[in-house]
Design a protein around this ligand. Structure first.
Ligand code: NAG
Ligand code: NAG
Ligand code: NAG
Ligand code: NAG
Ligand code: NAG
Ligand code: NAG
Ligand code: NAG
Ligand code: NAG
Ligand code: NAG
Length: 377
């Protein structure tokens, strides 16, 4: 305030226009650093600009902002200009439901304290691997239903593999139509304790994908998993305190699932084990894996299928050849009888044809047509 009054004093002395402008600018900066942007509600350190149809991050934001809610707007591009002024205290940022398409490089460079970022329910096409600064402190990242399609996640996975997200403890990747996790996706997330992959389309978990993070909670519900290999079960077993969710997958209950069933029965890590059920073969539909007895399991769809098929084709071929040989043999031995039989047939045919010929002549006689019709009835 002292600065302001001294400027006021100066102004009355010189009556200089430029000083007046400078004063106005200075005053507006003073006011804005503590005032609330248009369409926002501010309380102590929380700023809420929710469902306002905003097209950009509102400016300027109070310098003491710690939590910023920008949920339900229309901020489709996040660029290095989205946060032009450093917000040293900002820790929590919510950008849910903004149709975000671009997360460009250096977006979050001016948010050095950022801990929680919620980008769920967007349609990100382009997520730069340099979106976060090298020394970011991000712990909690929500990318549930955030990506446009699988291809648009590649850059993000690159970022995970390259030290930029080292501190992450919570990662939500649910609802993203993921089919496979690229190799080494989580191998540098040494502090990751909670990972949600729920409602993707994962068909398998590559060896070692989950071996590094010290997970406490892993959600694999509603994917397309048919089996879990021993190596993955071992990874799980090595994590004390882990809770895994496995229901809603189309488990294939043939002999290959024995290891999983045995593990389910003695492990206490599966939180929803009652709901882990078979979807193949049909006779076992919806049968809980826990109720399977080893004797029941058949290898109908076993990994050895190719070998089995090959053997059965060879066998079938041999049987057909044998039948063919026997047939030829019978023909040969019976050749006289067959000749006789064919003559008989020929004679029979000839007789038949003559009878037909005769009838045809009667029918074609118009005078007799009515007669023959009547006789048919
Ligand atoms: C969001 O903004 C785009 C222009 O950037 C506009 O075309 C679109 O209609 C807006 N959508 C909503 C729901 O406001
Ligand atoms: C993603 O962003 C980069 C750089 O900003 C650009 O070169 C590229 O064309 C973008 N890709 C898509 C699909 O928008
Ligand atoms: C991520 O966001 C979705 C939708 O906004 C929400 O349902 C989910 O609980 C969030 N995940 C976490 C781990 O907070
Ligand atoms: C994802 O979307 C982009 C842009 O529309 C397209 O070029 C790409 O082929 C899509 N990828 C998949 C796997 O659908
Ligand atoms: C992991 O967390 C511990 C404390 O829980 C911290 O000391 C360590 O620096 C973190 N490691 C990384 C890579 O963030
Ligand atoms: C699962 O994800 C798909 C998109 O991949 C989405 O359409 C569907 O609503 C999601 N289901 C649930 C229960 O969230
Ligand atoms: C996965 O690990 C198992 C045992 O550790 C090994 O037999 C198998 O070949 C591995 N598979 C791949 C794809 O690396
Ligand atoms: C899987 O692991 C169990 C126990 O560690 C072992 O008995 C079983 O033979 C293994 N199965 C395969 C296919 O390696
Ligand atoms: C199992 O599924 C039922 C019905 O879908 C649900 O109500 C129940 O909470 C589930 N149990 C567990 C442990 O997930």
């Amino acid at each position: 305030m002292r600065v302001v009054s001294s400027l006021c004093f100066k102004r009355t002395e010189t009556r200089d226009n430029t000083t007046l402008l400078r004063l106005l600018f200075f005053f507006s900066v003073l006011v804005s650093s503590s005032s609330c942007p248009d369409k926002c509600v501010c309380s102590t350190s929380t700023v809420k600009c929710v469902n306002q149809g905003l097209l950009e991050v509102p400016q300027p934001l109070p310098a003491n902002t710690k939590t910023l809610h920008l949920t339900g707007n229309n901020i489709s591009r996040l660029t290095d200009g989205s946060f032009p002024v450093p917000l040293e205290l900002l820790t929590d940022l919510y950008l849910t439901g903004n149709q975000v398409e671009l997360v460009d490089h250096n977006v979050f460079n001016n948010l050095p304290s950022l801990r929680l970022l919620d980008l769920s329910n967007n349609r990100i096409l382009n997520f730069s691997a340099q979106a976060f600064p090298d020394d970011n402190k991000l712990l909690d990242l929500n990318l549930s239903r955030a990506f446009y399609n699988r291809t648009s996640m590649d850059e993000f996975f690159n970022m995970l593999r390259h030290d930029r997200a080292l501190h992450l403890t919570h990662l939500d990747l649910s609802n993203n139509a993921l089919v496979v996790l690229p190799e080494g996706t989580f191998s540098r997330l040494f502090n990751l304790t909670s990972l949600s992959l729920q409602n993707n389309s994962l068909i398998f978990i590559r060896n070692g994908t989950l071996s590094v993070p010290p997970l406490h909670e892993l959600d694999l519900r509603d994917n397309a998993l048919r089996e879990l290999p021993n190596a993955t079960l071992m990874d799980f077993s090595l994590k004390p305190g882990l809770r895994v969710y496995l229901s809603g997958n189309p488990w294939l209950c043939d002999c290959n699932i024995e290891d999983l069933v045995a593990w389910l029965k003695h492990s206490e890590q599966v939180a929803d084990e009652q709901n882990v059920t078979c979807s193949d073969p049909d006779v076992m539909l919806r049968l809980p894996l826990l109720q399977i007895e080893h004797l029941k399991l058949e290898c109908t769809f076993s990994g050895d299928m190719k070998g089995v098929l090959e053997t059965s084709y060879v066998f079938l071929g041999m049987v057909l050849a044998l039948i063919g040989v026997i047939f030829l043999l019978v023909l040969y031995l019976n050749r006289k009888g067959i000749k006789r039989w064919m003559y008989n047939i020929r004679d029979a045919c000839r007789d038949h044809m003559e009878g037909y010929h005769y009838r045809y002549e009667i029918n074609s006689d118009p005078r007799l047509a009515n007669l023959s019709l009547n006789s048919d009835i």
